[in-house]
Design a protein around this ligand. Structure first.
Ligand code: FRU
Length: 608
């Protein structure tokens, strides 16, 4: 707790005598009619604990310090029942003066008496602690999640001095989208994450939407060598691009007073920048959201940017807004060559509805992106329904291009059956390019090698033939059955190969290789809880992009997700699942002939 000036205590005594009814819990609740309530904080405490009921509308909360608005945020304060609580950190405010929350609720049909009776006024409390212990059965064991609150896009990721930094679109005041802030987590191994204090909070220009960070090794921006520079979208009345910089390795950021640094007449967001070795300049890509295009900028100092060109209108997925672009140069497997890949996330318009990540292969000369793909062709980075806002880490060691996605879909992200937190990230994935049998270049997506370090006990099975009678394997029981499965197969003699995960309640996820169509599909229609959104029960399909019959499938099963990867990186498929009890069994069966399991390893996963 920061020191509190004396004036604060004397003012507290005065208000305490005037409002004796509320003095003992340190909060004075002033009911001001049907939609307005003021809450005076009368006891120095770290947190004001706010009771939330998700079905209520957001209340607007102005935090007044000595009568001035210090900050504004929104929370779904509980009227009838408390779903969970969230903490509002008072320390930056109570150290400056007297704090009053001026709260406007939207319950215009309530009488004054009903409004004064909302459960939130009774349950609001002061505390020096907030319990973040997990209360969720569906909280992933080996995927990044916020301790509490809502998360969407991964943001501003960079690597520096042995630490991977992951920022994310965060609502600290509830588990639905709101109050966009850059949450922050760090990891030394890409798989164990520690949540840090929030890094960038909304300010007068707007809330803090997606963006990127770079390490300014050569002090091009003038804030100092090795300064971490963030450029992000400030979303207020309009969307403009702001700059913030950090001299403590991304823990805290100062807003550059010259912000906004890029403004556009049309809605544009999610700036993503990188150092271009070829031109010795910075480049930045910005999503022209409604125009379905990407804007390309260049700069020598990260503060002043020149618009170089635009790409995208008429290309590929045009059904939804274009968001969260990234531009990277990737090696082509088996060659010494490289090609540029432009990642563009799109919502809606994904292959199975809602949001998804598309990409374009081409060239970039620092000014202009030239696309190799046909105008009407869409390439997807992942063929599941729950893979969005994917971008890569800046400054990653060994010239790696490591990406991470938000593992959800805007169609139902706010409704998934968790409460304490909502949404996880995908596993981190390394990106390269490979040439498919059609002669074209496609993204190769493989789980980052660090994921292997999670492997626990291994069960290996010998090669075996499979026909239409399913061959059954038990899944590990530890930690609710979370596991990694590596299944080698030969599907030459069959039409279909079915790989099914199931539990004793008959909930199942069926995955199928269709040998003739050269596809892999995953059906989660009977996977467990599916009714929370009509968009959830689906089957997703990926092209396998191979003519071969032998290969392997890698599956990562966490408490609410299945990530399927072709063993050679030719496709990835990420889908959420909410089984009411863990899947305990995997069966493998051939249909229309004979297939072979060429090897099977099932690893339990070591988690904290
Ligand atoms: C993508 C997105 C971004 C925006 C952010 C807001 O999911 O819509 O375009 O910056 O989320 O949270």
């Amino acid at each position: 707790m920061k020191s509190v000036p004396c004036k604060f205590f004397s003012a507290l005594l005065l208000s305490a005598t005037l409002a004796a009814s509320a003095a003992d819990d340190g909060l004075e609740i002033m009911s001001l009619g049907t939609t307005n309530t003021m809450v005076r904080v009368m006891k120095p405490s770290k947190y004001l604990i706010l009771p939330i009921e998700e079905r209520m509308a957001d209340a607007q909360i102005d935090v007044l310090v000595d009568g001035n608005i210090a900050t504004t945020f929104y929370a779904r304060l509980a009227n009838n029942d408390v779903d969970y609580t969230v903490p509002f950190d008072l320390t930056p405010y109570t150290s400056c003066g007297q704090v009053i929350l001026n709260i406007v609720t939207e319950n215009d049909r309530a009488t004054s008496r009903e409004a004064a009776d909302f459960v939130c006024w009774d349950e609001m409390s002061l505390s020096n602690e907030f319990d973040t212990k997990n209360r969720e059965k569906y909280r992933p064991a080996f995927h990044h999640t916020p301790l509490y609150g809502w998360m969407n896009d991964p943001n501003g990721m960079f690597y520096k001095d042995g630490l991977w930094h992951l920022y994310f679109q965060y609502n600290p005041y509830g588990s639905k989208w709101q109050n966009m802030t850059w949450g922050h987590s760090t990891s030394s191994d890409l798989v164990h994450w520690t949540q840090q204090p929030n890094a960038i909070e909304p300010n007068g220009i707007g809330s803090v939407f997606s963006g990127s960070c770079v390490v300014d090794h050569e002090n091009t921006a003038g804030f100092g060598k090795e300064e971490v520079i963030a450029i992000f979208t400030s979303a207020g009345v309009s969307q403009v691009q702001s700059l913030a910089h950090s001299s403590d390795n991304g823990q805290t950021f100062k807003i550059y007073p010259g912000s906004p640094i890029i403004t556009t007449e049309r809605e544009a967001r999610d700036p993503n920048m990188f150092w271009n070795e070829q031109t010795q300049k910075w480049n930045l890509v910005l999503a022209g959201a409604l125009d379905h295009e990407v804007l390309f900028f260049s700069s020598s100092n990260l503060k002043e940017w020149t618009l170089e060109s635009k790409f995208g209108q008429g290309y590929a997925g045009q059904d939804g807004v274009w968001e969260c672009p990234d531009l990277i140069k990737l090696p082509i497997k088996g060659t010494k060559k490289e090609k540029w890949v432009l990642i563009v996330n799109i919502n809606p318009g994904g292959p199975f509805g809602g949001s998804a990540t598309q990409y374009f292969v081409g060239d970039f000369d620092g000014h202009k992106f030239t696309c190799d793909n046909a105008v009407n062709e869409t390439r997807w980075m992942d063929y599941g329904k729950d893979h969005y806002a994917t971008v890569t880490w800046s400054n990653a060691p060994g010239n790696r291009h490591t990406a991470i996605a938000w593992m959800s879909n805007w169609q139902y992200a706010n409704e998934v059956p968790t409460m304490q937190f909502r949404s996880a990230n995908s596993l981190p994935r390394d990106l390269e390019l490979f040439r498919a049998p059609d002669g074209d270049l496609y993204l190769s997506v493989t789980p980052a090698k660090e994921v292997d370090s999670l492997r626990g006990e291994k069960l290996s099975y010998d090669a075996t033939n499979v026909e239409d009678a399913p061959v059954s394997f038990n899944l590990p029981t530890a930690n609710d059955g979370i596991c990694e499965i590596n299944l080698g197969y030969n599907i030459k003699g069959t039409q279909y190969l079915h790989v099914t995960l199931s539990n004793d309640k008959g909930e199942k996820v069926e995955m199928t290789y269709d040998v003739r169509k050269r596809t892999f599909r995953m059906n989660r229609q009977e996977s467990g809880l599916v009714k929370f959104s009509r968009h959830f029960p689906t089957t997703t399909v990926a092209p396998t992009l191979t003519n071969g019959n032998e290969g392997s499938l890698r599956l990562y099963i966490d408490r609410c997700s299945i990530e399927a990867f072709d063993g050679d990186g030719r496709f990835a498929m990420t889908n959420l699942v909410f089984p009411t009890i863990p899947y305990t069994k995997m069966t493998v069966a051939a249909e229309g002939g004979k297939a072979k399991i060429t090897g099977l390893d099932i690893y339990s996963i070591n988690c904290k």
